[in-house]
Design a protein around this ligand. Structure first.
Ligand code: SIN
Ligand code: FE2
Length: 217
């Protein structure tokens, strides 16, 4: 039995529920994609994509940047959010207001009316890049949802459960899709399968994922 259901919303595509607190907004960003890409370009001009190293010493296949009050970083000492970009030794670029607004609109559409993102992690996937199953648990405020934007090449998103092992769902996230998860789904495991090669008019041979998080209260 599948517990998925679809709600047709002609103005913004489909909203599909993947769990009690998880929603998939199909094509939510398509009309805004140029402006989202321009905002991302302005962030990465100041804080370029880089491949971080995990505490275990592995170089991540996804390249990352951040904007907002803090940025998520990883090195041999662990994972954390910090105010300074270790590459430039400067604060991370501010979160572009339009990007922040879009994330809030997506959250509102999914019932998270008070979402006020403070940080934004930008992931750049080239063909073959992947992200292993993990929980987003470095944020102090676990009552706020995660809002995730997908742009460019499609990718298989792996949506798991509360435990690392067990049943997972695989969904294809396409250009312009948004996934929002919170409430009892906030700590569900998730990951991304190795990106298939392809070419996208806006991103080239790449997928860009932007996740918005609210660190404090
Ligand atoms: C993440 O979990 O940070 C990234 C998810 C994605 O790329 O869709
Ligand atoms: Fe994540």
């Amino acid at each position: 039995m599948q517990d998925l259901f679809d709600i047709e919303d002609p103005a913004d595509g489909w909203r599909e529920q993947l769990g009690p607190g998880t929603h998939w907004l199909h094509g939510f960003l398509v009309a805004e994609a140029d402006s989202v890409m321009a905002d991302i370009a302005s962030v990465v001009a100041q804080a370029p994509y880089r491949h971080l190293v995990t505490p275990g010493g592995k170089t991540m296949s996804v390249a990352m940047s951040n904007c907002g009050e803090k940025g998520w970083v990883s090195d041999h000492t662990g994972y954390r959010y910090q105010t300074i970009d270790p590459l430039s030794s400067k604060p991370w670029p501010a979160m572009p207001p339009k990007l922040r607004l879009l994330a809030q609109e997506a959250a509102q559409r999914c019932g998270y009316a008070d979402f006020a993102p403070t940080v934004c992690l930008i992931n750049h996937y080239q063909p073959g890049a992947r992200m292993g199953l993990h929980q987003d648990r470095d944020e102090k405020n676990l009552s706020a949802p995660i809002v995730s934007f997908s742009l460019g090449l499609p990718a298989t998103f792996i949506w798991g459960g509360q435990q690392r092992v067990g049943k997972t769902q695989r969904i294809m996230l396409r250009h312009g899709d948004v996934v929002v998860w919170g409430g009892e789904d906030r700590l569900r495991f998730h990951g991304v399968a190795p990106l298939k090669d392809g070419e996208h008019a806006l991103t080239g041979r790449a997928r860009i994922n932007v996740t918005f998080r609210q660190l404090g209260c």
